[in-house]
Design a protein around this ligand. Structure first.
Ligand code: NHR
Ligand code: GAR
Length: 197
């Protein structure tokens, strides 16, 4: 059995999509994995309540309580490592997680640290991706699942989904369209990875 630890900062809809997929009878056996914990850097992240209701362990590691990024990342790693099984490192999944991680943290989890980013990388790394895609006149936008490396939103791409940008789109309407695709591709990538690792 593998443990999956999901890091969130907000609503946690990608986290919920992964949890629901992991619980599906037809997938659970194939996954050989469970979502062991959901950890948030924000105490008020909505996704924490939902995860709690599902009986999943939740923890808050509030970045504001730490003097610098290194101290926060050390505490975050300690929290994650409590949910690892002996001899079986957990998959660490960023799902709407909003803190840039230090090279030391990334090195510790390299090869088992995933992110979903709301753009068609390498276009629009960083923040405010949907407004930037609209402003650039893009006709397509989307989401990318990638390995996390020290360089932001730059790791090897595992999957992408594209959606049209419509003339009347706001950042919010485009984000909602992209999000529906995120909920499909992220569980799929994790299922594929779990078969291999
Ligand atoms: N860390 C590393 N080292 N590499 C990546 O590829 C990472 C990462 C941490 C998070 C997610 C990423 C995204 O999908 C991610 C990828 C936060 C920021 C950011 O600027 C940028 C990209 C991502 C996540 N965060 C601000 C910071 O100072 C805080 C912004 C806020 O709190 O709203 O950390 O988009
Ligand atoms: C998702 O669109 C995700 O790709 C994006 O935030 C949303 C989180 O939604 N991630 C980032 O912007 C990371 N910087 P969720 O909390 O409902 O999964």
């Amino acid at each position: 059995m593998k443990n999956i630890v999901i890091l969130i900062s907000g609503s946690g809809s990608n986290m919920a999509a992964i949890v629901k997929t992991a619980k599906r009878d037809d997938w659970a056996g194939k996954w050989g994995a469970r979502v062991a914990a959901v950890i948030s850097n924000k105490p008020d992240a909505k996704g924490l309540q939902w995860a709690n209701q599902q009986g999943i362990a939740t923890e808050v590691v509030a970045h504001k309580h730490y003097a610098n990024r290194a101290a926060f990342d050390t505490a975050l790693a300690q929290s994650i490592d409590r949910f690892e099984l002996p001899g079986n490192p957990a998959l660490v999944v960023l799902a709407g997680f909003m803190r840039i991680l230090t090279p030391d943290f990334v090195a510790k989890y390299q090869g088992r640290l995933l992110n979903i980013h709301p753009s068609l990388l390498p276009a629009f790394a960083g923040l405010h991706t949907h407004q930037r895609a609209i402003d650039a006149g893009c006709k397509f936008a989307g989401a990318t699942v990638h390995w996390v490396t020290t360089a932001l939103d730059d790791g090897p791409i595992l999957a992408q989904a594209a959606v049209p940008v419509l003339p009347e789109d706001s950042a919010d309407t485009l984000a909602a369209r992209v999000l529906t695709q995120e909920h499909l591709i992220y569980p799929q990538v994790i299922a594929d990875l779990l078969r291999k690792i």
